[in-house]
Design a protein around this ligand. Structure first.
Ligand code: G
Ligand code: G
Ligand code: MN
Ligand code: NA
Length: 253
């Protein structure tokens, strides 16, 4: 109850904000897109990062409304930036509840139409537990989303239990290598093996690959040398408000 009240107030006060983290091509370090990450400017508790509220939120009926707001806001922003950066793409994380409610397809279609955003400019990020549900409804929904032309990224790839078999079944267009494998990739043979295997899977399945959590030049060098096409991480840019993203990454283009 109390949480739902707080959410309602947060919406009325416009306390939610999307931050954007840049993504880059390893070939020439050009900007390719951004991942949208929600923040809550809480009047009493300050700036909240999602770890403190996503878990609770994802089990509430209002997760669908927050999810729709995130989609609209991200698509509006991406349409503006895509006019300045060719092929700019926006990544949006989805809640599991958005799949259960069945409104995701409509929400995505509406958000694209409202801002005239090309479907290929939107990439939906999905974590394994969504795919693990493994029912006909989920498969059909994901196929319908892909038919719209939007991308589907498998988030935190490699950390789950069934990461390999899921690739055969679902229309995934990109693998996001989890940052736990990137941290020591250039020094730990086990991590190197995992990352090389994901790059190989990407090529064999015709999926794109991006490495997350790139924090050092040494990691970046390794990824570039091994043909990982794109990277994201603190080395190249932390998640920042839209105005700051524009000043630092869009105006330079
Ligand atoms: O931004 P940060 O690194 O604190 O994000 C922490 C976690 O919250 C990540 O797992 C991320 O996927 C999730 N998250 C961040 N923003 C969103 C969002 O807009 N929607 C959903 N569903 N999850 C998000
Ligand atoms: O689960 P998901 O991949 O959506 O989460 C993205 C989260 O990773 C965000 O909370 C973001 O702030 C965080 N993040 C992004 N880049 C880095 C990085 O280079 N290092 C670390 N430790 N976290 C990162
Ligand atoms: Mn993500
Ligand atoms: Na991730």
């Amino acid at each position: 109850r109390a949480f739902e009240q707080e959410l309602k107030r947060a919406f009325e006060n416009k306390d939610f904000e999307l931050f954007y983290q840049p993504q880059f091509s390893t070939a020439d370090r050009s900007l390719t897109g951004a991942e949208a990450l929600i923040r809550w400017n809480h009047p009493e508790r300050g700036l909240l990062t999602p770890v403190s509220f996503i878990e609770v939120l994802s089990h509430k009926p209002s997760a669908g409304d927050v999810g729709a707001w995130i989609l609209r806001t991200a698509c509006r922003q991406a349409a503006l930036w895509r006019a300045r950066v060719p092929n700019f793409r926006i990544g949006v994380n989805l809640f599991e509840a958005q799949f259960r409610s069945g409104r995701i397809l409509t929400d995505v279609r509406d958000a694209l139409a409202e801002f005239g955003l090309a479907p290929e400019a939107l990439e939906l990020e999905i974590v394994e537990n969504v795919l693990l549900r493994n029912d006909a409804g989920t498969l059909k929904l994901l196929n319908n989303l892909r038919k719209l032309g939007v991308g589907l990224a498998f988030d935190d790839y490699g950390t789950g239990f069934a990461s390999l078999s899921l690739l055969k079944r679902y229309p995934v267009s990109r693998l996001k290598i989890d940052r736990s494998f990137i941290r020591d990739v250039h020094v730990n043979p086990g991590d190197e093996a995992v990352v090389m295997a994901v790059l190989y899977l990407g090529r064999r399945f015709g999926m794109e690959v991006i490495a997350e959590g790139v924090e050092t030049e040494a990691q970046l060098r390794f990824l570039k040398q091994n043909d990982c096409p794109e990277v994201q991480g603190y080395l190249l840019g932390r998640p920042v408000p839209a105005s700051e993203f524009e000043a630092r990454f869009i105006r330079k283009q």
